[in-house]
Design a protein around this ligand. Structure first.
Ligand SMILES: Cc1ncc(COP(=O)(O)O)c(C=O)c1O
Length: 382
């Protein structure tokens, strides 16, 4: 097999991680990996301090006012389920979009099919964006929540979250924003964007390990716990103590992974702002330009790069995405993500359902040479 692997599946999870991430996880495991507990021994206190430090860094990163309301979770799916299932009440109406990942659309669809809520799923407009006017028109007296993605994981399109947040606030609705694909790449502000519930993955462009994510819960929201159990304190309370963050954090957290995320945030903090996004966009542009003009490749999404992150989704004439992915993997040593990307509705709209597309998602450590290998591989293949 030629050379080392060229990993271009960073939208699923980033790889490799910055070197200090693995180092800090190994150190934490060797020295501090006790069960974090407020009333515990020194090791437990060290673990708790690491979690508090991490909450503080995340709150600063997302411009969120209260670190105690930064709930640490297993991944973005965990955080989204916590928000959706904790907030919605019988009879509520929810506005969402066809751009959503299954981790938003499946819990909502299940609640709608159980006739617990009603749901409006807005189609995308102009090549991969949610139209704020359509959101406004969909608002009804019983609307409670707007739940949308900030960045499509298929097209990389960045949504007008600030406008949608403003609308939500004007109509006294809760706003849940899924920032799985944008956190770490694009500046985010809970305050400015009027976000009530911000769900993120720690393992994508925040560059932490898998098994990490979180939910910021703003003052206007108070989800019921989706998971109840041990909190390391208030053990006498017969029910979950209504104290943030423990209210939503029953059970032993993934401290080793979260120590890695904490280190990843230190790495991000010393990078030039916007440089990672610019790097990924440059690589995506290089690939798009190498394939443009060859009608055997269909590049999905808008050509305009300023409103999208740096990923490329494409189809190849005469070859199923699964085949393209397998040949890239087995012959060219390139890892990409073929298929529906857990977002079937958007593929239906794009006309790429049920086979999907090939998603090529660079990360901060990919190079122009690697992109050229992929472009040549795709050309050879057809
Ligand atoms: C837009 C979006 N939302 C949510 C998720 C789910 O994230 P996780 O895998 O951390 O549960 C993903 C994962 O790819 C995603 O792309």
């Amino acid at each position: 097999m030629p050379g080392p692997i060229i990993y271009l599946d960073n939208a699923a999870t980033s790889w490799p991680k910055p070197p200090n991430v693995g180092r800090e996880m190994a150190r934490f495991l060797a020295e501090d990996a006790a069960n974090p507990g407020r009333a515990g021994h020194r090791m437990a206190l060290a673990a708790e301090r690491m979690l508090d430090d991490l909450r503080g860094k995340l709150a600063r990163l997302f411009d969120a006012p209260d670190p105690a309301r930064m709930i640490l979770a297993l991944n973005c799916t965990d955080a989204l389920n916590m928000a959706i299932k904790g907030i919605l009440e019988e009879g509520d109406h929810v506005i969402t979009s066809t751009l959503e990942h299954n981790s938003v659309s499946r819990p909502l669809q299940a609640l709608a099919e159980a006739k617990f809520i009603t749901l409006t799923q807005l189609p995308m407009c102009e090549g991969g964006f949610i139209d704020p006017d359509a959101v406004k028109q969909a608002i009804r007296p019983e609307t409670r929540l707007i739940a949308v993605t900030h960045c499509s994981n298929v097209l990389g399109t960045l949504q007008p979250a600030e406008e949608i947040g403003r609308l939500a606030r004007e109509h006294d609705l809760l706003f849940l924003l899924d920032v799985a694909q944008s956190a770490g790449l694009v500046p985010l502000s809970v305050r400015r964007m009027n976000i009530d519930l911000l769900a993120f993955a720690g393992h994508k462009m925040l560059l932490g390990p898998t098994g990490t994510g979180g939910l910021y819960v703003g003052e206007r929201a108070d989800p019921a716990p989706w998971r109840e159990g041990g909190t390391g304190g208030d053990s006498a309370s017969p029910t979950q103590p209504h104290v943030y963050p423990y209210w939503l954090e029953g059970g032993t957290p993934n401290t080793v992974g979260l120590a890695g995320l904490n280190a990843a945030l230190d790495y991000l903090a010393v990078q030039e702002p916007g440089a990672m996004l610019e790097h990924e966009r440059r690589l995506a542009r290089r690939l798009s330009e190498a394939l443009a003009g060859d009608t055997r490749f269909r590049l999905l999404g808008p050509a305009e790069p300023s409103r999208r992150t740096g990923l490329v989704a494409l189809t190849v004439e005469g070859l199923a995405p699964e085949e393209v992915g397998a040949v890239l993997d087995e012959v060219f040593n390139v890892a990409v993500r073929p298929g529906l990307h857990c977002a079937p509705s958007i593929h239906r709209e794009l006309g790429t359902f049920p086979d999907g597309a090939v998603r090529i998602a660079p990360g901060p450590f990919n190079t122009e040479e690697e992109i050229d290998v992929v472009a040549n591989a795709l050309r050879q293949m057809v």
